[in-house]
Design a protein around this ligand. Structure first.
Ligand SMILES: [Zn+2]
Length: 150
């Protein structure tokens, strides 16, 4: 693994742990050249899960893209990248458990939404509005008011 700071290939592992659900091994590495630390993840490659989008087109499941979407919803919210990674792990766990080769994008969306709801209400609403999970604007307004009251 190349050091993201100096490009050196020499590093040592200073910490190693399994992520929740044992879907990945997280390694904290220290660069032997510049001494800076970075994290790598080793995970099972999800056997090419195909996502069926709302318009019927198909695309391959893209974990970084899913994480980017969640991060967008968490903009300026007190949510850490570790929490988002953990959430993504849980979603992937669920997807793996379904043992399907094709899955509707809305199923992934609602899996993320359920978890975001527990993590951060504002991020949850942002994500849900993007995924248009609400039946109509009125329903969205109701949810928004519930959150703002807290
Ligand atoms: Zn380095």
């Amino acid at each position: 693994m190349k050091c993201p700071f100096c490009g050196s290939l020499e590093s040592k592992v200073v910490d190693k742990r399994e992520t929740e659900g044992h879907v990945a091994t997280r390694r904290r590495r220290e660069c032997l050249s510049c001494g800076k630390r970075y994290t790598t993840y080793e995970r099972l490659e999800t056997p090419s899960l195909t996502i069926i989008k709302k318009d019927g087109t198909k695309t391959l499941f893209d974990r970084p893209k899913m994480i980017a979407g969640i991060m967008n919803a968490c903009h300026k919210r007190p949510v850490t990248i570790e929490q988002v990674q953990k959430l993504a792990d849980q979603v992937e766990c669920e997807l793996n458990a379904m043992d399907a080769t094709e899955i509707e994008s809305s199923k992934i969306g609602s899996s993320v939404i359920r978890k975001l709801k527990k993590l951060d209400k504002v991020a949850y609403l942002r994500f849900a509005s993007v995924y248009k999970e609400f039946q109509d604007l009125e329903e969205f307004d109701k949810e928004l008011h519930k959150v703002l009251k807290k």
